[in-house]
Structure formats: structure tokens, C-alpha cells
Write a protein that binds this ligand. Structure first.
Ligand code: ZN
Length: 172
């Protein structure tokens, strides 16, 4: 869903998020690399002097896998959305005084915001880099101990063929 800065009404736009928003479901499942089971939220998109502000809240339930035992998990992510997209990087423009610590700042592509991509990125930033069965927001689908998926005994890591060649090279 692309929104042009000059086409957003002054009072802003309301965007309801649910499973019927195929653009949002598709973008979020791509960003999180997992099936989206639930999606909800409400966004407000407002035009600013030099960009677009997106506020509100968004929540998703997505199918993921434990990084330790590889079990299927349901992970719930979400929270307050507070994003700002600048129209462009203007050289030496000091009129834009952003509090970068408080806002996630992105940039518009030719005056237009890809709301689907922005939503996907929002959830990606909320997602943990490593996911374990015991993590907050996780529901186990397959019950069982969370143990490291072990390699078969006797398995040797494959030797890089380039290293194997070096092994045979011996200098006197
Ligand atoms: Zn696990």
C-alpha cells in the first residue's frame, strides 16, 4: 500500500489492520519469514511539513521456529507504533529538528510511503534476534523439552574443499 504525501488529507488517514488486509498480512509474513495467524491494530497516518507520521498500535501472531530445538512456536509481537518518514535528505537543512532517540525515522521514496514495508519493518525490529521456547510472547505448539537439536554422533563437519587442498600442501 503506497501513500503519497501530497494525497494524504490534512486530518490524516485511519488504517485498520486485520486479517482482511492482504497487503499487510503478506508484508508481515515476508518480513518475519513465518505464517501470520492473527493481525490487528489501528494506524493513523498524518502528513507533516516534510514527511509522514505513522502512529497507533499493531499486533501480530506469527508461526516461527525455536532456534534451539527447532519446534514450531507461535510468537506474539506488537506495541505502540511511532514512526516518521522524511520526504528526503536535504543537505544542510537545519529546519528539521528530529528527536532521533524517540522516533524511528525512515525516508519516503519519491514522496511516497510503502506502508506495507514500513509495517513489516516495524515487526522485524520488535522480533528477537534469537527465539527460544521460553521467550516472552512465545506459545509452544509442540510440547516437549527445549533441547539443542543435536547432530548425529560421528558426523564430521564437511571440510571446505579449499582447506582440504591446503592440507595437502606442505612446505619443506
Ligand atoms: Zn525450543
Amino acid at each position: 500500500m503506497h501513500l503519497r504525501l501530497d494525497e494524504i488529507p490534512e486530518e490524516g488517514l485511519r488504517v485498520q489492520l486485520d486479517m482482511d488486509c492482504s497487503w499487510a498480512v503478506g508484508a508481515v509474513s515476508t518480513a518475519l519469514d513465518g505464517v501470520v495467524k492473527e493481525l490487528s491494530g489501528s494506524l493513523r497516518v498524518r502528513p507533516m511539513a516534510s514527511g509522514i507520521m505513522v502512529t497507533g498500535d499493531a499486533s501480530v501472531l506469527t508461526e516461527q521456529h525455536c532456534d534451539r530445538c527447532l519446534a514450531t512456536l507461535l510468537l506474539r509481537l506488537g506495541g505502540d507504533v511511532d514512526l516518521y518518514f522524511e520526504a528526503g535528505r536535504l543537505e544542510g537543512d537545519s529546519s528539521i529538528n528530529l528527536h532521533q532517540d524517540e522516533l524511528d525515522v525512515g525516508f519516503l521514496d519519491d514522496g511516497s510511503l510503502d506502508l506495507a514495508a514500513a509495517l513489516g519493518e516495524f515487526f522485524l525490529l520488535e522480533a528477537p534476534t534469537r527465539l527460544r521456547c521460553e521467550d516472552p510472547g512465545v506459545t509452544q505448539v509442540e510440547k516437549g523439552p527445549c533441547e539443542l537439536a543435536s547432530a548425529q554422533p560421528g558426523d564430521q563437519p564437511p571440510i571446505d574443499p579449499r582447506l582440504a587442498a591446503l592440507k595437502n600442501f606442505q612446505s619443506d
